[in-house]
Write a protein that binds this ligand. Structure first.
Ligand code: GCU
Length: 685
C-alpha cells in the first residue's frame, strides 16, 4: 500500500470489467524517434504499463504505425517526417498535444516531446476512469509557466534536508547539505507532475542558501535534472541575492557592480553547461530580512534584470517574487495606516516598463500570506508590460498542514474568477495570469507544493487532490473543482459511486468548514503566527512584528484599509473594485474585516452581528468537521485498509482539533468583547 501512496493518481489499478474492453484497445505501441531518457520514450513505457495495469492487456512494442490496432506516440515533426497519415496536422503551441482515439487505433502527437507525454497521460487518465470511447481532441496549455516550487533546505541547522512548511517528511532532493545519492523519488515526483501538465520544479527553498552554487552541488543539481528529464520536467533554482559575497570573494552584491554581474554570468554559464535545459531562476529579495537590490538603493527591476541578463543567452526565465516587504518598518500601535498589505504595490509601482522580457513577477494570490480568505492581490492589475504568475500554496501552511482536510480548488476557482476590472474591462485573475488580458507572452502559475520523503508525499492521501487540481487549473483555468475531484478519486481510490460521493462531499465542504472554525469575515486564519502557523491563537494576531494584524480591542475589530480613513490599501485596486471595497455597504461579508474596522455589534448583510457570526460560524464549521468521520466510515471496505485507516486517523484528529479551534476562538472573543453568545454556548461547559 505504500506503493498506492507513491503512485497517487497514477496507480493504473484494474477497473471493473477490464477484460470486456480488450478488443477496443490497441495491441501495440509505436513510438516515433524515441530516445531512452526523453519523454516520447517514457510515453511508450507508460502506455505499456498503464494498459497492462488497468486492463491486464499486454501491448507489444512495434515500429509500424500503419498496422491496425496501434497506439502511435511522437512529436508532430517526427510524425510528418515518417509520412504520417493525418490529413491536416493539428495546430499546437508549445507543450500542446493532439489525441485521436478510434477504437484500438490511437494517435498521440505532441508539439514537442513533452506534449506527446502529456497526451499519453491524458489517454491513460481516460482509460483509468473507464472512458474507452472514441474522441478527437487538441489541447494546448493556457500558459507557458506551470511551475512547482519546493521549499527544500539543503541543510537546516542540523544535518539533514528539511522542507520549510513541508508536512510530508524530509527533502527528496537534499541531505546533509548536498544532493542525495538516490534520486528515485525525484523521478517519481516528476512523473506525477508531468501527468498533470506541469513543466518545471524549483528544487530549493526561496529562502535560499548560497552553497547550492558550489561546483559539487551544481553537479548534484545536474543529477536531479537527469532524473526529471524523462518526464519533460525542467529544473529551476532559487538564488540567494548576496551569494557573490557569501560564496564568491566579492565585497559587494550590488546588482550594478561589474564584478557582481560577471560573477552571476559565470555561475549561470556553469549551470547551463551542466543542465542545458534548465528552466531558470526564482528570486526572493528584500523580503523578511533577505538581502536584495534595495540594500544598495537599486530598484527591484535592476535586481531582477541582473538575472534576466545572465539567463537570456540560455533561454532561461527569472521568476521574481513580489512578496517584498520590510516587517521592521511596521509599527501597529504608533501608526493606524501601517499595513503590510500595501507593500507589493508600493514596492513595484512604476517599475513595470523596466523589467526585461524574460522576467515574470510571481505574486501570492493575496496581499498578505496564503490566508483562508484574502482578496486577490491588486498588483495583478498594475503589471501591464511584465507578465505575472499567481503563486498558490498546495502545502497547507495556514490551512491545517495536511492534518486537516481542506480541498483548495474551490478557493482557487473563486480567486481565478475574480474580476479586477482593470481599465473598467473584464479582467479576471485567470485572464491576467494567462497573459491574455494584457498581451503578455510569459505568464502563468507557481504552486508551492513541498512534498517530502513520506510515502504519501504530502503527509495525507486526501491532500493530493490539491496537487492534482493545481496542475489541471494551470493547464486549463476553467477546470471545475467537482469534476477534477471525481476524476482524481476514480484514479486514486475507486470507481465505486459511494466512494466518489463521499470524497466529493467531504472535500467540497472542507474549505468552508475550515474557514468557519478558524478565521471568519476576512479577519485572517487566526493561527498562531509566531509558532509554526498551526492551531488557534487569535491573540497572536496583534502586536506581532509581521504585520499580520486584526486590530481587535474590547469594542471593535478589523483592519481599516479604506482610503478615506484607513491604510489606503483599497485604493490600490482599479476604480470599480476600489469603490466596492471602500464602501462598507458593498464589501461582501466574507471580506468585511479585511477592509473595515467595525464594532463587534456591527450588523452584517446576513442580519447577524459580527460577534454572533463568529460564534455561529465556529459552531457550524466544527459541527461539519464531526460529520467527516462517519461519512468516511460509511465506505469502510471500499478502499484498501491501509489508506482507509490513514485517512480515518486524520479525520478523527481534524474533528477533535476543530473543537479546540471553536472553543479557543469563541472564548477569546467572548473575553475580549464581553458580549455573550445568544445561544448560550460559548463559555458554558
Ligand atoms: C511565509 C512562510 C515562510 C516563507 C514566506 C515566503 O511567510 O511562512 O516560510 O518563507 O512565506 O513565501 O517567502
Amino acid at each position: 500500500a505504500a506503493e498506492d501512496g507513491l503512485s497517487a493518481w497514477l496507480r493504473y489499478a484494474p477497473i471493473p470489467h477490464a477484460k470486456h474492453y480488450h478488443d477496443k484497445l490497441p495491441s501495440a505501441v509505436v513510438t516515433l524517434n524515441a530516445t531512452e531518457g526523453l519523454p516520447v520514450y517514457t510515453a511508450g513505457e507508460e502506455l505499456v504499463d498503464g494498459i497492462n495495469g488497468i486492463f491486464g492487456k499486454e501491448l507489444s512494442v512495434g515500429d509500424d504505425c500503419e498496422r491496425d490496432s496501434v497506439v502511435t506516440v511522437g512529436t508532430v515533426a517526427a510524425y510528418a517526417k515518417n509520412g504520417g497519415c493525418v490529413d491536416e496536422l493539428p495546430d499546437l503551441i508549445e507543450d500542446g498535444y493532439h489525441l485521436r482515439i478510434d477504437g484500438g487505433n490511437v494517435l498521440i502527437l505532441g508539439q514537442n516531446e513533452r506534449g506527446a507525454l502529456y497526451g499519453a497521460f491524458q489517454y491513460l487518465a481516460r482509460l483509468a476512469q473507464g472512458q474507452v470511447t472514441d474522441d478527437t481532441l487538441t489541447s494546448n496549455p493556457e500558459v507557458p509557466v506551470r511551475w512547482v516550487n519546493q521549499w527544500d533546505n539543503m541543510r537546516d541547522g542540523g544535518t539533514h534536508g528539511s522542507v520549510e512548511r513541508g508536512y510530508g517528511g524530509d527533502s527528496i532532493f537534499f541531505w546533509d547539505g548536498v544532493v542525495r545519492e538516490d534520486l528515485t523519488r525525484a523521478g517519481q515526483y516528476a512523473r506525477l507532475l508531468a501527468s498533470i501538465g506541469l513543466n518545471a520544479v524549483v528544487v530549493n527553498n526561496v529562502n535560499a542558501n548560497e552553497t547550492i552554487l558550489t561546483p559539487s552541488n551544481m553537479d548534484g543539481l545536474a543529477r536531479i535534472a537527469d532524473a526529471f528529464r524523462p518526464y519533460g520536467i525542467q529544473l529551476g533554482l532559487s538564488l540567494r541575492f548576496d551569494s557573490p559575497q557569501l560564496l564568491g570573494d566579492l565585497d559587494t552584491f550590488d546588482p550594478l557592480d561589474d564584478d557582481v554581474v560577471a560573477w552571476w554570468q559565470e555561475k549561470t554559464d556553469e549551470l547551463y553547461r551542466r543542465i542545458p535545459d534548465m528552466a531558470g531562476y526564482l528570486v526572493k529579495a528584500n523580503s523578511e530580512g533577505q538581502p536584495g537590490p534595495l540594500t544598495y538603493n537599486r530598484t527591484l527591476a535592476e535586481g531582477a534584470n541582473l538575472f534576466a541578463h545572465a539567463l537570456e543567452p540560455h533561454g532561461g526565465i527569472i521568476m521574481f517574487r513580489a512578496f517584498v516587504y520590510d516587517h521592521r518598518s511596521l509599527d501597529q500601535d504608533a501608526d493606524w495606516k501601517a499595513d503590510r498589505a500595501n507593500a507589493a504595490v508600493d514596492f513595484f509601482e512604476g517599475l513595470d516598463p523596466d523589467f526585461e522580457d524574460n522576467v515574470v513577477i510571481q505574486i501570492k494570490y493575496g496581499p498578505i500570506d496564503f490566508q483562508v480568505r484574502e482578496p486577490v492581490s491588486p498588483l495583478f492589475a498594475h503589471l501591464r508590460e511584465t507578465g505575472s504568475a499567481v503563486e498558490l500554496q498546495i502545502t497547507q501552511e495556514y490551512l491545517g498542514q495536511q492534518a486537516h482536510l481542506v480541498y483548495l480548488a474551490p478557493m482557487w476557482r473563486e480567486l481565478l474568477d475574480f474580476d479586477l476590472r482593470a481599465d473598467g474591462e473584464d479582467s479576471t485573475l485567470a485572464s491576467i495570469v494567462s497573459g491574455q488580458r494584457f498581451n503578455q507572452k510569459l505568464a502563468g502559475y507557481a504552486g508551492v507544493v513541498n512534498v517530502g520523503h513520506n510515502t504519501t508525499w504530502l503527509g495525507s492521501h486526501l491532500a493530493m487532490s490539491n496537487l492534482y487540481a493545481y496542475g489541471q487549473l494551470a493547464w486549463d483555468s476553467s477546470s471545475d473543482p467537482v469534476e477534477m475531484l471525481e476524476a482524481w478519486t476514480k484514479m486514486t481510490f475507486s470507481h465505486d459511486q459511494e466512494v466518489i460521493d463521499v470524497i466529493t462531499k467531504l472535500s467540497m465542504e472542507s474549505w468552508p468548514a475550515y474557514e468557519d472554525y478558524t478565521g471568519n469575515l476576512g479577519v485572517q486564519t487566526l493561527t498562531d503566527i509566531l509558532l509554526g502557523h498551526y492551531g488557534p491563537n487569535p491573540g497572536s494576531q496583534d502586536g506581532n512584528p509581521w504585520g499580520q494584524w486584526t486590530r481587535a480591542d474590547a469594542d471593535s475589530i478589523g483592519m481599516d484599509r479604506t482610503v478615506w480613513n484607513g491604510t489606503g490599501f483599497a485604493g490600490q485596486y482599479p476604480d470599480e473594485v476600489y469603490e466596492k471595497y471602500e464602501n462598507i455597504e458593498t464589501t461582501p461579508d466574507n471580506l468585511l474585516l479585511w477592509f473595515h474596522h467595525v464594532p463587534y455589534t456591527h450588523v452584517l448583510k446576513s442580519n447577524k452581528t459580527v460577534i454572533q457570526h463568529f460564534y455561529d460560524a465556529h459552531y457550524r464549521g466544527s459541527a461539519v468537521a464531526q460529520t467527516f468521520v462517519p461519512l468516511w466510515e460509511s465506505i469502510r471496505g471500499k478502499v484498501d485498509e491501509e489508506r482507509y485507516e490513514h485517512v480515518l486517523y486524520r479525520l478523527v484528529y481534524q474533528a477533535g482539533h476543530s473543537l479546540v479551534w471553536r472553543d479557543s476562538v469563541t472564548n477569546f472573543y467572548l473575553n475580549k468583547s464581553g458580549i455573550p453568545d445568544e445561544a448560550g454556548r460559548v463559555g458554558n461547559y
